[in-house]
Write a protein that binds this ligand. Structure first.
Ligand code: C2E
Ligand code: MG
Ligand code: MG
Length: 760
């Protein structure tokens, strides 16, 4: 028995040696060629059957061949680089042959097609057996000879026409070519080539499988009966089912109820052999939640081209759908209040109208406008204004039903849609309007300021007031202005029907005409000194002599005038008229201060001081005889803005008075910062006087404070003798009220002034 030791290795092109080791073999008597071929073939078959990777299989195989068929050296030359040459990939040689140097030299050798013996074998695809290596005058055969080799046999590995490399065997002994051996070798070569080919294909498949497996997308396949046949990790992640839970079950478990019909249609298309690309739909997860996905489904075809199933790739588009929804929300909602915006409301209105027409129902549209919002917004800044709008919106929503649509129309205007009403829609709408106005009842707190808010509500009803959304919006809007014109905090129905043109435009237009056609008139209310009841001043109060309605008080049109901007020409007219009146009284030797009111909107005009100065100058009156009354809230707003307007007015020589003091949100502490001469205490203070002790104390406190600040005080709303007595007992104030004198036309005031002069 011969002991034989071999060295073998498989090389990674172009790198180092893998699996190097030493194997010890016992080898018995050599049998006949046929017997040895048979045992070689058996050994090879068992190697191939073990399904080892080539880097393990090939060295084993070479070793087996060398050992059983008596070759000293065996090598596998495999395609390398771009496949344009071969390099040594695996080698085996007898340990004692001293072939390390030769093996190392072989590793540096590259087989090029057509070059040398191996190149010729590779090129031609036929085996070559060379009995005497010295016959081939090629570089490698010279090296081989030098290493002591006598014969060489090289065999191409070919499967399906493509070459997988060359097996090369060399022998120290000279060997005659053996046709039987060559035939058998060709068989082995084919077997090995097929194996390598299959292995490549398998590797490709495994690579694809790895890609599928590691894909973030869900990739699954299903058969004709919708049974899931494959399920990657992406599917596991996306749907929550493990492969074991999914495979063998029906894909219908992933389809939400509302997508069943759609799914059937998709399936139909795929079954007909069509590919469905990037179809966006929703899927049901194991935990019952819904996920938005984009699906691509391709038919799996059998050899005859019939669809036997489908492969499906599902991509999670939740994030995109979310951001799209956010964009849609942006387009359809108001950012400040989160309410639907005008666009969305109009869509609801269209739908509601269509249903109302179909089902013979009615609907109502309410248009709401906050009465005093602009001033708050201007005075406290937009952030506070926005916060206020948010709170107002919350209250509106809280008093409406879920089915009602409350929308922000823009600015301080809101719309409320009441759909699916029966024949009593007008009453329902009025109830809702009243609830909405009520909801604004409690004051609003923003920061440390408190606000009273009120709104004007206009109501339009389908079909009574209009049949299209545009007509209804117009009608509700116009009704809102009617409400505003009849005083704040009220609602009005669109007059509708035939007859009078009820448009807001007509009210505004009539008011505009009032300014130009001298329909405005000033009444004057005396202001007296306490305690001697001397008439020291008068307050000019505007009235509108509306040909249609008679004398209309400022409560009914000042708000509208402010909203429409008409307050500016009205204000100018007032100053012109008091100048005229002042001249008339002073010409008659009657000495009296005249107070006039400035609205918040007038104060916000940039050139208000210039306008007033110009008007007063052309009227030829000393500004010192005039007092401008500014409501407390407007005065405080000016203070916020640096009250330059107040300073400008004062610089003209006017006196400034804070009107309705105590009705707003200003703190007494801020009072001293205002450049004002006088406080007019809101009449609500006096209402509980004298029976309410605390109210009395409050009035006294304010009087003291004003005196401390060097300001005069006018107490408004003296309605009873008891109130007058209270003031007489407690203060050095001025007083105004129905008990003392009601507002009256100028000629009556003239008479009073004349009586007072005679009495003096
Ligand atoms: P105001 O400046 O506070 O004027 C006093 C209001 O209180 C007047 O109402 C007056 O008639 C009323 N009044 C006076 N004494 C009593 C009383 O003892 N009891 C009660 N309950 N009320 C009393 P009026 O004339 O209806 O004016 C209402 C408001 O309209 C005024 O309040 C003022 O803010 C505004 N206004 C009047 N004229 C003008 C004007 O020319 N321009 C502007 N911008 N606003 C004006
Ligand atoms: Mg006033
Ligand atoms: Mg007042």
């Amino acid at each position: 028995m011969l002991k034989k030791v071999g060295v073998w290795g498989y090389f990674d092109a172009p790198g180092g040696v893998r699996n190097q080791g030493y194997v010890v073999h016992m080898r018995g008597e050599r049998g006949s060629t046929a017997a040895r071929l048979l045992s070689t073939q058996r050994a090879i078959n068992s190697h191939l059957a073990a399904l080892k990777p080539p880097e393990q299989l090939v060295p084993d195989l070479i070793r087996t061949i060398c050992e059983t068929l008596d070759w000293t050296f065996g090598a596998f030359w495999a395609p390398a680089g771009e496949g344009d040459h071969l390099e040594l990939a695996a080698v085996w040689h007898e340990a004692e042959a001293g072939l390390e140097e030769f093996t190392a030299g072989s590793r540096a050798y590259e087989v090029r097609p057509g070059h040398g013996l191996l190149g010729t074998v590779w090129d031609r695809g036929t085996p070559v057996w060379l009995r005497d290596l010295r016959e081939a005058a090629t570089p490698r055969s010279r090296t081989s000879s030098a290493a002591g080799f006598a014969s060489v046999f090289a065999l191409p590995l070919i499967s399906n026409g493509s070459s997988f490399g060359i097996l090369e065997f060399q022998s120290l002994e000279e060997r005659e070519p053996d046709p039987e051996l060559i035939d058998n070798f060709q068989l082995i070569g084919t077997q090995l080539a097929q194996y390598l080919e299959r292995w490549d294909a398998l590797a490709e498949q495994r690579r694809l499988a790895a890609i599928v497996e590691s894909s973030d997308d869900a990739i699954l396949s299903k058969d004709r009966n919708l049974i899931i046949t494959s399920w990657n990790r992406g599917a596991e992640r996306l749907y929550g089912y493990s492969a074991e839970e999914a495979i063998g079950h029906s894909v219908t478990m992933l389809i939400p109820d509302d997508r069943v019909g759609e799914e059937a249609e998709l399936l139909d298309r795929v079954t007909r052999g069509e590919r469905v690309s990037r179809h966006e739909t929703r899927r049901l997860r194991k935990d019952g939640s819904i996920v938005d996905v984009s699906i691509t489904a391709s038919p799996v075809l059998d050899a005859e081209g019939n669809a036997v199933g489908a492969s499906v790739i599902a991509h999670d588009i939740t994030e995109r759908v979310k951001s799209e929804a956010a964009v849609a929300h942006l387009a359809y909602h108001d950012q400040v209040t989160g309410l639907p915006n005008r666009v969305l409301l109009e869509e609801h209105l269209e739908i509601g109208l269509a249903r109302a027409v179909r089902e013979g129902r009615e609907l109502a549209l309410l248009c709401l406008d906050l009465d005093n919002f602009k001033m708050v917004n201007d005075s406290l800044g937009h952030a506070a204004g926005d916060r206020l709008l948010e709170m107002v919106a919350e209250r509106f929503v809280s008093v409406t039903r879920v089915a009602d649509v409350v929308a922000r129309h823009g600015g301080d205007e809101f719309l409320v849609l009441l759909s699916d009403l029966g024949s009593r829609s007008v009453e329902v709408a009025q109830t809702v309007a009243a609830k909405i106005l009520d909801a604004l009842g409690a004051p609003f707190t923003v920061g440390d300021a408190e606000f009273e808010m009120s709104a004007s509500v206009g109501i339009a009803v389908y079909p009574r007031d209009g049949e299209t959304s545009a007509a209804l919006i117009r009608a509700a809007d116009s009704a809102m202005y009617q409400a505003k014109a009849s005083g704040r905090g009220s609602y009005a129905l669109y007059p509708g029907g035939s007859g009078s043109d009820p448009d807001l435009l007509s009210v505004t237009a009539r008011l505009r005409r009032a300014v130009t056609q001298e329909e405005l008139v000033l009444h004057y209310q005396p202001i007296f000194r306490v305690p001697d009841r001397r008439l020291v001043a008068v307050e000019a109060l505007v009235r509108w002599n509306d040909p249609a309605r008679g004398l209309v008080g400022p409560g009914e049109f000042v708000a509208l005038a402010e909203d429409t901007g008409l307050i500016e020409p009205i204000g100018e007219w007032v100053i012109r008229d008091i100048c005229r009146q002042a001249l008339e009284w002073s010409a008659a030797g009657l000495d009296v201060r005249i107070h006039f009111n400035l609205s918040p909107r007038q104060l916000r005009q940039r050139d208000v001081a210039d306008t007033i100065r110009a008007t007063i100058e052309s009227g030829g009156v000393a500004p010192e005889a005039l007092t401008a009354e500014i409501t407390e809230s407007a005065a405080m707003a000016e203070a916020e803005l640096g009250h330059s307007i107040l300073n400008e007015l004062r610089a003209l020589g006017l006196h400034l008075s804070v009107d309705d003091f105590g009705s707003g949100y200003s703190s007494l502490g801020r009072l001293h910062q205002l450049p004002v001469d006088e406080l007019k205490l809101d009449r609500s203070f006096l209402q509980a006087v004298p029976h309410d002790v605390e109210a009395g104390a409050l009035v006294r406190g304010v009087l003291d404070l004003a005196q401390g600040l060097g300001m005069d005080t006018v107490v408004e709303g003296v309605e009873t003798d008891a109130q007058w007595e209270f003031l007489v007992r407690h203060g050095s104030a001025l007083a105004q009220g129905f008990h003392l004198a009601r507002p009256a036309p100028a000629h009556q005031i003239t008479a009073m002034l004349e009586r007072a002069r005679r009495a003096a």
